[in-house]
Design a protein around this ligand. Sequence first.
Ligand code: AMP
Ligand code: GLY
Length: 423
Amino acid sequence: MNILVLGSGGREHTLAWKIAQSDKINNLFVAPGNAGTAEFAKNVNLGVNDFEAIKKLVLGENVNIVVVGPEDPLVNGIHDFFLGDADLKQVPVIGPQKLGATLEGSKAFAKAFMKRHNIPTAAYQSFTADDLEKGLKFLESLKPPYVLKADGLAAGKGVLILEGLNQAKKELKSMLIDSKFGTASSTVVIEEFLEGIELSCFVLTDGEDYKVLPTAKDYKRIGEGDTGLNTGGMGAISPVPFVDETFLKKIEETIVRPTVEGLKKDNIPYQGFIFIGLIKVDGEPKVIEYNVRMGDPETEVVIPRIKNDLVEVLQAVAEKRLCEVALEIDARSAVTVMAVSGGYPGAYEKGKEITGLEAVKDSIIFHAGTKEENGNIVTNGGRVIAITSYGDDFREALDTSYQNIQKINFEGMYYRKDIGFDL
Ligand code: AMP
Ligand code: GLY
C-alpha cells in the first residue's frame, strides 16, 4: 500500500508514525510534513489545498489511500474533488465530503443537525445582519455569560464568551455588521452558556458503522491554571479519568449513535473521523462542537493507545466494512506535553535550533512545527514538539514526559507544567 497523509503538525506526525508501523505499507508520503515525518516517510512540499498538485502526486506515486489531517481541505471539498475526477475516484479519501465537513465549517449547520436529531447541546439561535435587532433582543433574554460564535471557520478564534450584556451586544454588531471575522461571522450563533468540564470523544465511521476511539482531554489555554489566550492545545491526556463506563455509555447512546444515524438519515456521506467536543453538565454529556478530523494534540495520545494495524482499520473504512474491525485499546494512559515558541499564540519567531531530542528516553517525540535546515532541526511554527508518554496512570505518564521535555531546548521554549492539574 502507498499512503499519503496531508498536513504538517503533530497530528499528522502521529498518524504517519502509526501507519508506518504497518506491514502493509510500501511507500508513505506526508505533504507537506515536518522534520519528524521526514525521518521515516517521504515529505512532499505542497499545500494541502492545492488539489491539482495532490492529484499529480497521487497518480504519479500510485497512492492507494489519502488521509486528510486538517479540516481546511475537507471543508474546501478535497474528497468531492477526488470523486469528481475520473482518474482519482477509485482512490479512497479518509475524511468527509464537503457536505459532511459542514459540521465543522458551519456552526449553524451543526446546531440545526443536533436539534433535528435530538442530540444534547446548548440552546441557541442564529442570526445574520438582517436580523441584528432580533439578535440583540435574544441576548437580553439570556443570562450572562454570553456565548457568541462566528458560524464559519475562524482559525479557532471565532468563539467569544462575554460577561457583560453591553459588551455582548457590541461584539454581536462587530461580528455581523463590521465583519469582525470576515465572512465567517456573517452568521452568528448565540448560545446558552454551559458550565462543566470539557472532554473530547473521537469516532471513526465508514458511514454505516462506527468505532468509538479513546477519549481525551486537551488543555487549550496558554497559561497554567487554564489562564490566558486560547491555543491549538498545550497538552492532552487519554483516557479521561472522570469518564467511567456509565458516562461513556451515555455519550455513545445520546450522542455518538444519533450522530452517525443522523448523517445517514440526512443522506450525508461520511467516511472519516468525527471529533466531538463535549462538556459534562450535571453528569450529562452535551455537545460543544463537531470537528471533522482528529484533534491536535489529542491525536498524540489517542492514536498511540490503539493497538490495531491502522492501515487495516483505514482500509475497512474505505471499503465500508468497519463492522468487521474489533478495536484493541492499550489499557495504559497516554499523555502529551507540547513545547511551544516564545510569544505563541501571539507573534513568535521561527528558525530556532532545537537541541536535546536524542537524549529523550521512554517518550515518543512528535514534531509539530519543525523543519530541517542545514542538517539541524529548527522551529517552524507556534507549537513545536509534543512529548508523549505512557504510564499506568496519567500522573506516571506525565512524570516521564516532564523529565524528557527538560532535555529539549530552543530559544524561547515554553510549556505548561500543570497538564492534568484539574483532574
Ligand atoms: P468551540 O470552537 O465551539 O469549541 O468553542 C471554543 C471553546 O469555547 C470551547 O472549547 C469551550 O471552552 C467554550 N464554549 C463554547 N461553547 C460554549 C458554551 N455553550 N458554554 C460554555 N463554553 C463554551
Ligand atoms: N485541540 C483542539 C483541536 O484540535 O481543535
